[in-house]
Write a protein of this length. Structure first.
Length: 128
């Protein structure tokens, strides 16, 4: 459901889906903890992979080495020097409040999909 709604907003904003750069914020099972067992974010990544999208994953709470070995997915540490066509907040870690979304969006049309209702309403394109 999340991926279909996310892609729907890409189409509405005339953003090319194929090869777009997407950032997923949060990989753990719940906010403000390192436990990634039973995380549903992996399912989100699998669904997005059907669209030939360049996906970056970011979560400072996760043990990077363990997560990458378990799921065969790479975690991005530095997002401040990147630009994204779409951002999905999947887990509402408190430290994500410090992220300046405008600085990491590739354009004013970039999609910010807030699954948790975490960011200020004015900062997001859509909430779940």
């Amino acid at each position: 459901y999340v991926v279909s709604k996310f892609i729907e907003h890409f189409k509405k904003n005339n953003i090319r889906i194929k090869n777009s750069k997407i950032l997923i914020l949060g990989l753990t099972f719940k906010e403000n903890c390192p436990d990634h067992r039973n995380t549903k974010v992996v399912d989100l990544v699998k669904s997005l992979n059907n669209y030939d999208i360049d996906i970056s994953l970011h979560d400072p709470w996760v043990d990077k080495k363990h997560f990458e070995e378990e799921y065969n997915l790479k975690i991005t540490d530095d997002i401040e020097n990147e630009k994204f066509d779409g951002i999905i907040l999947a887990v509402s870690h408190d430290l994500f409040k410090k992220i300046n979304l405008d600085e990491i969006k590739s354009s004013s049309k970039s999609i910010v999909y807030d699954v948790k209702g975490f960011f200020d309403f004015n900062l997001v394109t859509k909430r779940l």
